[in-house]
Design a protein around this ligand. Structure first.
Ligand SMILES: [Mg+2]
Length: 313
């Protein structure tokens, strides 16, 4: 395996070796006390961390170990996309129950696939035992021009990538003991960090952005608050995935699509041709001050349902 320092004996290190074996050349330079990363001259380092806890973020009876690995890793990498950063490496902090050690290779396959999909090397980590599975992924990226959520300006158009509602629809089916449709399930278990899409959008003038982890309505409110602007959106324009309710498209979380604002009009046909993905204008930044989100449906004011909040009652 590529450029690793040899690892000494022990059960914990057997687990690390097992994962390294699955990752092959997707893991780089593992085995020293810390990883060393190169950042291209003129770029800034971008760091994000994401914690996924069994029963809070995923359930073992809903997803395979491979899917848990893919999803938790992709969720962390999505925050690099939201900053328009190119992935440079990730480290994996893992707590697993003893009965999961034989499953670790399958989980590692999911982590490796998500990392490989956006060309992000796995550069280190730590494994401990515990009562439930906790996956912490810390991802490092770099960029010349970070896409911040605080840069939206009056006059900007608000765009969203993809079609929304799939993950919430899949979770509801699972909660009710039904099988989600393959398309809805795929959106839940294999979210795609929109890294290349973010770079395309920034190259063409996007100057504010956020990824949709807590739901479109919540992320719009975050964007409005961070930029100190009022945002107006037309609900009839929100792209809803086939078979999903508008309410789930608006409030459902874990989409990992991008929400960006730009003073220019994007060529959405070119975007779709490049990424096989929709890019949809759903509204505009209306004014500075009094941060809020105003939603209409066919011209009539409607109240937005709030998205997911871990600490709401
Ligand atoms: Mg985010």
């Amino acid at each position: 395996v590529s450029g690793h320092v040899p690892i000494g004996p022990g059960r914990e290190f057997d687990l690390v070796r097992a994962m390294l074996h699955r990752w092959g050349d997707r893991a780089h330079g593992i085995g020293d006390d810390a990883a060393v990363l190169d950042v291209p001259p003129g770029e800034q380092l971008v760091v994000t961390t994401d914690v996924a806890v069994e029963t809070v973020h995923f359930r073992r009876d809903w997803m395979s170990p491979q899917e848990i690995g893919y999803r938790t890793t992709a969720a962390a990498l999505s925050d690099l996309a939201a900053m328009a950063a190119t992935p440079r490496g990730l480290v994996l902090g893992l707590t697993i129950p003893r009965d999961w050690t034989s499953t670790l290779a399958d989980f590692a396959d999911g982590v490796g696939a998500a990392a490989a999909d956006v060309s992000c090397p796995i550069v280190g980590g730590d494994v401990t035992s515990g009562h439930e599975i906790v996956v912490t992924v810390t991802a490092f990226g770099s960029t010349r021009a970070p896409l911040r959520r605080s840069n939206a300006e009056p006059g900007d158009t608000v765009y969203v990538t993809g079609a929304l509602g799939g993950p919430a629809t899949a979770v509801r089916a699972l909660e009710q003991g039904r099988d989600p449709t393959p398309m809805h399930r795929e959106r839940l278990v294999h979210p795609r960090p929109r890294i290349r899409e973010a770079l395309w959008l920034v190259a063409r003038g996007a100057h504010a952005g956020i990824d949709i982890s807590d739901g479109l309505s919540s992320e719009l409110l975050h964007l409005a608050a961070a930029s100190d602007v009022a945002i107006e959106i037309a609900l009839e324009r929100v792209p809803v995935l086939e078979g999903c309710a508008v309410a789930d498209a608006v409030a459902g979380g874990e989409e990992y699509e991008l929400l960006v604002t730009a003073p220019t009009a994007f060529d959405t046909t070119e975007f779709r041709a490049a990424f096989d993905l929709a890019l949809t204008a759903i509204g505009a930044v209306a004014s500075r001050g009094a941060p809020r989100v105003v939603a209409t449906r066919d011209g009539n004011r409607v109240d937005l349902a709030p998205g997911y909040d871990h600490f709401s009652p």
